[in-house]
Design a protein around this ligand. Sequence first.
Ligand SMILES: [Zn+2]
Length: 280
Amino acid sequence: MIQDILPKRLNNVFDPAREAGEDDFVVCVLGQELMLKGEEWHAEFPRRKEFSGNLNLLYLFSVEENAYYLALEEGLPEEAAGGTYRTLRDMRYRLKGPRDTMYAAYTAWHLALWYRDNRYCGRCGHSTRPHERERALVCPSCGHVIYPRLIPAVIVGVIHGDEILMTKYANRPMSFYALVAGFTEIGETLEECVAREVMEEAGLRVKNLRYYKSQPWGSVQDLLMGFFCDVDGDATIHMDPDELKEARWVHRKDILGQTDDWSLTHEMMMAFREGRYPEK
Ligand SMILES: [Zn+2]
């Protein structure tokens, strides 16, 4: 998965006093794009020394010896040392690797959007500023504290013997198979979310829910939680055509997976195909 970068680790300990060195990476986000340089499999973020002039930098995290800083919007550079602005989608399907740079990009994107979208207090409208002791924004006028937003979502491998429920979304450009997935609602447990999503998308009841793995998916600000479960009773699919264009049972030997191994969805499909998932 995208976060599997061992032996490297992403260190997100909050350290606001950390000062950017000349070789540290700078994250520039403009609209729906993020600046990267280099070519396929050799992409990296531009470094501090490649920018001329002043930058307003905020420390985000580090991966081993490489620290990443967000360039705040005032004076955001158009380009630096051949860097170009790219969408995450372009980065995933055209630019690719190395893995730790891609994971840093997803994580930096998540943080950058949170900072950008919370420049003003939602309670009183005053400008916010970074909290001094933790990853948060604080309103100096009314004291409102805004913590980073993570959207909890579930991915579900629904199993029926040697088959798993696979779906294709309606109205989306990607055409590869996915698993049932959805966002948790306020006032709902993860277990209830799994049952509701499977019922809504495929009209199936489920039982024997077991947790598998999780994944931070920064491109859409999610924290994904993957579960396997079994069909309870009738295995006839009643698909929701508003959400899906296809839903069917796929035998484990026929599972192809996605075009890369970044996603928890792909990981769960392969785990089922290879029999390395919690069976009970
Ligand atoms: Zn306020």
